[in-house]
Each structure stands twice: as structure tokens, then as C-alpha cells.
Ligand binder design. Sequence first.
Ligand SMILES: [Cu+2]
Length: 176
Amino acid sequence: MASLVAVIVVVAAALVQAAAASAKTYIVGDSLGWQVPPGGVVVYSDWASQHKFMAGDILVFNFTSGHSVATVSMDDFDACNTDHVITLKENGPVNYTLDSGDTYFICLVDDHCVEGQQLAVTASAIGSPTSSPAPRSSPDGPSGNNTPLPLPQPSLATRVITTFVISIALVITNFC
Ligand SMILES: [Cu+2]
């Protein structure tokens, strides 16, 4: 019976690991990468609206040189104000791990931010999904499909399963 308990414990440990590994990695702009978007300011807001970010997810800003990734306040984001940068990475590619809440990214080089190299994302805390920030409107492009797709909550399900398996292990340990 001890071996069965050991197997169950191993399975439970694997499930816990799976839950921890549920953080996702996103390539900002997909194949476009991090640059002045040819489609204007809506490009990155459209990209963000197609994903549901969670705290712990990683954004990858793909660029080599000539750009930067700065985090700024919402007001500085809206104004493309580069005077009060919170964090700054100037060498790509840049990996940024999201905290829960809103994060505002801009490029500090030349007029890249004004030209559309800016990204706002909202990351939900685990188990408390929130909506993405409203896409910025633009007179020079279609708004595209801004409807976020509903996604399952695998981490919650995994935690429930883990709790269940551990409970069974404890029952077996007590009664065998
Ligand atoms: Cu740039």
C-alpha cells in the first residue's frame, strides 16, 4: 500500500507543477514583433484584445536595436510622455513578466510611441479574471475584432484536481 500512496503523491506533485507552469508566454505583435506598426496605433491594442493575460504571463518584445521597452503610467502612456519612465530595457529581445493590473509599454526612440509603438495590457490575478483595457480608437484604421475570447481556467481546475488527489492519498494513508 505504501507504493500506491507514493504513486499518488508523485501524481499530485506533477499536477501542482502543471498548475505553476500554466503561465503563458506571448510574443508581442506576433510576427510583427516590437516596432513602429505599419497599421498604426490600433495594431498593438488589437493584438492585446485578442489575448487574456494573467499575472505571471511573460510578454516577449522582439526587436534587435533602434527601439526600447519602457513602462510608464497611464497618463504618460496616453501622452507618449517619456519623462517619467518606470522601467526601461533598451536591448532586445525583452522578456517582461506581468503583474496583475494594468501595464503600459511604450518605445522611447524618436516618435515611435506617437506613431503607434505602444501597448497596454491588463493581467488578471489568478482566479479573478478582468477585462482588457478598451482599445484606443483611431481615425486611420479599422478597429478589427476586439472581442476577447472566453478562455477556460485550467489553473483552477488543476488545483481542484490536486486537492482531490491529495485527499484520496490521505484517506488511503489513514485506513490502510
Ligand atoms: Cu521604437
